[in-house]
Design a protein. Sequence first.
Length: 385
Amino acid sequence: MKITGVELRTVRMPLVSPFTTSFGTETDRLAVLVRVVGKAGRPHSQPVEVQGWGECVAMERPLYSLEYAAGALEVMRRFLVPVLFGQGPTGLGPDGEITAERVAALLEHVVGHRMAKAAVEMAVLDAQLRGTGQSLGGYLGAERHRVPAGVSVGVQPSIRELIDVVGDYLAQGYLRIKLKIRPGWDVDPVEAVRERFGDRVALQVDANAAYTLADARILRRLDAFDLLLIEQPLAEDDIRQHAELARLISTPICLDESIVSARAAADAIALGAAQVINIKAGRVGGYLEARRVHDLCRAGGIAVWCGGMLETGLGRAANAALAALPGFTLPGDVSASDRFYARDITTPFVLADGHITVPTGPGLGVAPIQDVLDAVTVDSTWLQP
Ligand code: OSB
Ligand code: MG
């Protein structure tokens, strides 16, 4: 495919309710979307115009990771998109052709900025697959038509409200509950949810790096509640300390923030810092690297599940496809669109029998609904060679 233009579109979508984690409260989702337009060459016929969509998971503020939406937009505009036009230090070759499989290598000279890179790769991959008519799930190696849906429950103002919110999600059919925790909101909410809903509910917690090893005594109290896992209790670069914590508590440790690549995953596993891994394509630089994380975890007998970043229908479609790979043995944060948005920019994903259906159409299998997209767009830039 030859890329002829790229649109970078920033959207701001109101959340149905505030989402509070240990790092802050979000009331709306600011996201940068990437639309790649190109010409797909086909033997013996005229090239056809194709386009593809990517979604950058960087949040408005650099609180979950060091990337943030406006920064990612800048990096894409100045340093990543020009490479797709053949204007980078790594040339495309005389024909200007590009494939999704080459994007990561072409962008490797830019240090970090994995969420920005992932969005660009996702858009090229979507366009490429639309050109060949293959679904993203089919391309990645999905083996299921639907994936079990879990839901991430933010820190609530009170235990009473938490019980109401969790009860509502369980009534909707969600198959796994993840509670956000932070110092002062950990043992009590977990105990309350177990007391009210029983031992059969699949339950896990996510600290988003809010603790230190000195808190091991508190975290150890969570051992009593038979949690599936505790996600990212310590800081992103505390790999060794996660390994130490693993020796002090019996709840399996799952890493999120720390796993920025397949290499980081291999190291964390080898050091005993992660018994489970949360895979987010944006965090590791793209869906192709995400698949590599999946493959190495599967080979090593490490359970994985698909994380979420409050995606619009675009990222949600891609996550559903990824989560359908055989190594995803735990329910992911792949929830219905209405978990976050009253009106999604694509046809909404809905919960059916506790599952989300994996799209089967070409590429992502979904695309933005133009007037809904326009209504939430706050900025748009069109880039050409
Ligand atoms: O740590 O998994 C996380 C949302 C934003 C940033 C980080 C995280 C989350 C979530 C929400 O937990 C997951 C979802 O999209 O459902
Ligand atoms: Mg997490």
